[in-house]
Design a protein around this ligand. Sequence first.
Ligand SMILES: [Zn+2]
Length: 162
Amino acid sequence: MVDCLYKGPLRLDCIYVDSMLGWLARLLRIVFGLRVAYAPDLDDAELLRTECLVVTRDEEVFRARRGPALLLRTDDHVKWIAAFLSMGLPPFVKTACPICGGELVEIDCGEAGRIVGHVVYSEKCWRCISCGRVYWVGSHWRGIRSLVEAARRANVNCVHTG
Ligand SMILES: [Zn+2]
């Protein structure tokens, strides 16, 4: 079973994900710190035009693409992350705001608590310099870590096509 197909040079400096992959866009930002463009209303014409890597679940978009593209054929979210690990991307080296892709800077967790209006129990806290959202190490973060661990163990079969 082929989990994903790709073509062109797998550039990872700019990535477009199609409208079905909002979850993946957030994960790519937070786990790998990738620059990911995602808009629910992004139309196919724009996906076909961009020079960035296009990540899609749509076979037709993939086939019509001339530039670099990655087609995810599996529904398995763990394998989606495994596909990016298999490209040699190290997880948790860089990170970016999952919502807007902005840069995260570490802040004091007391300050984080004042911003969100309740006490934050965490050793590390961050604030996005673009949208101002605050993040800390909580259950959501631990969920992401275990997802990436599962992805490391997963077998993903990605095939290069012409
Ligand atoms: Zn942000």
